[in-house]
Design a protein around this ligand. Structure first.
Ligand SMILES: [Zn+2]
Ligand SMILES: [Zn+2]
Length: 279
């Protein structure tokens, strides 16, 4: 089995209205791409902050600007397709109850939990760059992984998205000088305690980081902690479905991982990891 659960039906640009992207024709493009890539399980997880209901969770100016669409219309649309229904939801510290209310009111198959922001600034967004000003890498990395640990421990989510997103800029941002495993440690502890599935995402290969999320050392620590893995591309276009899955399957096999997570109705089971796709 190969899965691709962390998918977006539209790019992150602002002028991408649902009526242009949440269409049967667009879903078909993703399904065709999945078949070509040997991906059997496909689900969509749009960013929660693009829906008006997300403003009940957080009123960050970026969210205020992005929250245009109706979450229930999205759920209804996806339910009319063969895609599994997911959502990519940011962990917002202090908003756990409001987040739970939003998620529990809908019949998602799975929820992808993300950390993009540390405080008011984002690790992956130039407009809200966490590295601006002092930008001490030790501080940014420490705060990012502390937030990731809280995200895992919150129990709100099924899959922990792009677990070391903080590396997204690669050489364009300074790297801490310490052994990076010191930063991973608190997150791995929370992953082990919570039982959340760790996302192996090929999106990092398309970014300046140029490597899979999570880094090998981080993934090895997750394996040691007994964490299960979920496999995704974080595609924002049909041609990115199953992106570089040959690398991802090799990566997982190299870690000794033989099973991946499959979700339905927020229940999880493990299926044998699929063969290396030929594409
Ligand atoms: Zn994300
Ligand atoms: Zn995403």
């Amino acid at each position: 089995m190969l899965t691709d659960y962390h998918l977006h039906l539209r790019p992150d640009e602002p002028d991408t209205p649902p009526e242009r992207f949440f269409t049967v024709e667009n879903v078909d493009r993703y399904l065709v791409a999945a078949e070509a890539a040997g991906v059997e399980e496909l689900g969509v997880s749009e960013h929660v902050y693009r829906f008006r209901q997300a403003l009940d969770i957080w009123r960050h100016p970026f969210w205020e600007e992005q929250a245009r669409d109706d979450l229930d219309a999205y759920c209804e649309f996806v339910r009319g397709t063969s895609l599994k229904l997911g959502v990519e939801c940011d962990f917002v510290p202090g908003a756990e109850d409001r987040t739970a209310n939003l998620l529990e009111a809908r019949d998602f198959d799975y929820v992808v939990g993300s950390v993009h922001f540390v405080g008011e600034r984002a690790v992956d967004h130039e407009g809200w760059d966490a590295w601006e000003g002092k930008g001490d890498p030790d501080e940014v990395w420490r705060r990012y992984f502390e937030a990731l640990a809280e995200c895992a421990r919150s129990g709100l989510f099924d899959i922990l998205a792009h677990p070391d997103l903080v590396k997204v800029w690669g050489a364009a941002r300074p790297l801490p000088e310490r052994d990076l495993r010191a930063f991973y440690e608190p997150a791995v502890e929370a992953i082990a305690e919570s039982g959340i599935a760790v996302e192996v995402s090929t999106a990092g290969l398309r970014k300046p980081a140029g490597e899979i999320y999570p880094a090998t050392a981080f993934a090895e620590m997750c394996v040691e902690a007994g964490a299960p893995f979920a496999l995704s591309s974080d595609a924002h276009l049909p041609e990115q479905v199953g992106f570089a899955y040959d690398r991802a399957v090799e990566f997982l096999a190299g870690l000794g991982v033989r099973e991946i997570c499959v979700f339905e109705g927020r229940e999880r089971r493990l299926e044998p990891l699929g063969e290396n796709p030929t594409r």
